[in-house]
Design a protein around this ligand. Structure first.
Ligand code: ARG
Length: 560
């Protein structure tokens, strides 16, 4: 039942100049519950009808009559209507019981494809906080898109190509030790890379050597390729540990190197289309006044990050035929993606319109960017493991006999890290704090998970049986929960439209808070004829909390 459309239909009968769609768009949600559930402002009608908004509202309110609304009131130029709560409650509860985890799904996509470029860490470097943000935001966006009917393709565009690998090879050949690298790959490779930059300040000719080795790499020379391969394998092993802890997987792991044999074609195409220009020996695509030109090839003929992204975009369109393509990458790369999309537009590809850069802010610690500064490596795997360990301590304290403690600790520890990220609008910078994110009280993942576990335990204690005819009504204690439950589908579509998982995170927080208030006020398990009906409400809240958490990439343990 779409109450907003129903209200709009009733108004349309009275206001012939406006379509139902237009009226629906004007309808607002009153700030306070006592003002009703939906409100229609009459201010813009004053001119047309030459009456005061208050008089128009008075006149119209008397004519709003429908079994779906119990009351229509004119207040200060608004018509406020009150939904028939008993009917609404029955509808929402029945829908959730019927659809279970499917509740809230839609088909705005009609089965079309969305590619999501996410995570994409750089080999031979630690998995950074920025890459964690991309992983977590991208994963949630993909789950949300799927819920909206998209076929999703999650692509991990690993940073495994570029001049830096020429430099790394030089550093390894000069100062590297195989044993050390094998024992501690990421750390050693990073040390070598850092040392290279230090020494290159005094001996700039090292940079030329680095470029030469990258050229060898691009030309497919064996020694270069072998070393590169090894560095890559070692790095991927490390990254895999992080993905396993988070429970995240990809549909494609084609990194930048995959496009090595596809870039010449792009350069040729750009030339054919008359877009390529030479500038100081390099090949560029000029992009007008408001953007720097896009660099396609350097003086020595080697390719760049942007060249690989161009090849990747064209490949993805050919392979998947996407209608939408998201790039979940930090805000510092905004110009790069503007350039990328602009070049594709110039190439005449209409599908560039479906491409979106989804930027995000930084992860801070003590107000400073958490970065892999010289020598000081924050290993993400360790951070996540620490969160899991702290979660386990917490569980041991609260519920020492829990059966699958290790797995629940993993779910709660990673849930804490993920929720802490996703509850903030992605553009905001986030302060990283393990103690904050792991609290069981307050706006945390564990709080929502705990609320879900509480609902589960109530169902068990109360021997919940699926009553064939739920008779939950819209009585005052139920209403805030019913309203939230009814809003879930809309929250998902909004989150999708704005590429904003924080809307789902904030929603589950609200629902959890309301449920805990209900739990505090109502004796759910009291033995009276309404017990199963109350438990039905609990069951629907549990279903929606679980599904909301799932859309964030967070598990909902039954007990914790
Ligand atoms: N590896 C890149 C970095 O760490 C991110 C890649 C993002 N995806 C892309 N298609 N450019 O900066």
């Amino acid at each position: 039942m779409d109450y907003q459309m129903e209200f709009a239909a009733l108004l349309e009968k009275e206001l012939h100049e406006h379509s139902q769609q237009d009226i629906s768009k004007m309808i607002e949600k009153p700030r306070y519950d006592q003002q009703g559930d939906l409100a229609f402002p009459c201010f813009t009608l004053a001119k047309i009808y030459r009456k005061s908004p208050a008089a128009i509202a008075e006149g119209l309110a008397g004519r709003i009559q429908s079994s779906h609304f119990v009351k229509a009131e004119a207040v200060n130029g608004y018509i406020n209507v009150f939904i028939n709560k008993t009917e609404a409650a029955a509808n929402v509860i029945a829908a959730i019981l019927r659809e279970g985890g499917e509740y809230g799904k839609s088909d705005i996509a009609k089965g079309s494809v969305i590619t999501i470029d996410l995570s994409s860490p750089n080999i031979a470097k630690p998995f950074s906080m920025g890459h964690l943000r991309s992983t977590v935001i991208g994963n949630s966006l993909s789950l949300i898109a799927e819920k909206c009917g998209y076929r999703t393709v999650k692509i991990n565009h690993i940073g495994d190509w570029g001049t830096q690998f020429g430099k790394l090879i030089v550093a390894y050949k000069k100062w590297g030790e195989e044993e050390k690298v094998r024992a501690n790959p990421i750390k050693e490779l990073l040390n070598l890379y850092v040392r290279f930059h230090k020494e290159a300040e005094i001996h700039p000719e090292l940079n030329d050597e680095g470029r030469e080795w990258f050229k060898k790499l691009e030309n497919g020379e064996e020694e270069a390729l072998e070393l590169w391969h090894w560095f890559k394998e070692e790095s991927l092993k490390e990254f895999a540990k992080v993905y396993e802890l988070l429970g995240i997987s990809f549909n494609s792991n084609h990194g930048e190197a995959f496009y090595n044999d596809k870039m010449e074609q792009v350069a040729d195409e750009l030339k054919e289309k008359g877009l390529l220009q030479e500038s100081e020996g390099a090949q560029i695509v000029p992009l007008g006044e408001d953007m720097p030109p896009c660099l396609i090839k350097k003086k020595d003929g080697t390719t760049l990050y942007a060249t690989r992204d161009l090849a990747a975009a064209i490949y993805r369109q050919k392979t998947y035929g996407f209608t939408k393509s998201l790039y979940v990458v930090g805000a510092e790369q905004t110009v790069h993606f503007k350039q990328l999309f602009a070049v594709l537009e110039k190439m005449g590809y209409p599908w560039h319109k479906g491409m979106t850069h989804v930027p995000f802010g930084m992860m801070l610690k003590g107000n400073k960017k958490m970065s892999t500064r010289k020598g000081k490596v924050v290993l993400l795997e360790e951070v996540i493991k620490e969160a899991i360990m702290l979660a386990e301590e917490n569980i041991t304290e609260k519920n020492p006999d829990l059966a699958n403690k290790k797995e629940v600790a993993r779910q709660v520890g990673t849930g804490a890290v993920i929720f802490h990220d996703l509850k903030n609008y992605r553009m905001n910078d986030i302060e990283f704090s393990l103690t904050d994110m792991l609290r069981f009280e307050g706006e945390t993942g564990p709080y929502v998970q705990y609320t879900h576990a509480r609902a589960s335990s109530l169902l068990k204690k109360g021997n919940f049986t699926h009553t064939p005819e739920p008779f939950v009504n819209g009585e005052d204690a139920n209403w805030p929960l019913i309203k939230s439950l009814a809003a879930f589908p809309e929250v998902i579509t909004h989150a999708f439209e704005k590429n904003d998982p924080s809307q789902v995170a904030k929603y589950v927080l609200e629902l959890a808070k309301k449920f805990n208030k209900y739990y505090a006020e109502v004796r759910i398990l009291a033995d009276d004829p309404c017990k199963q009906s109350r438990l039905t409400l609990v069951a629907t809240v549990k279903t929606v909390l679980e599904e909301g958490l799932r859309l964030l990439g967070i598990a909902a343990p039954e007990e914790m």
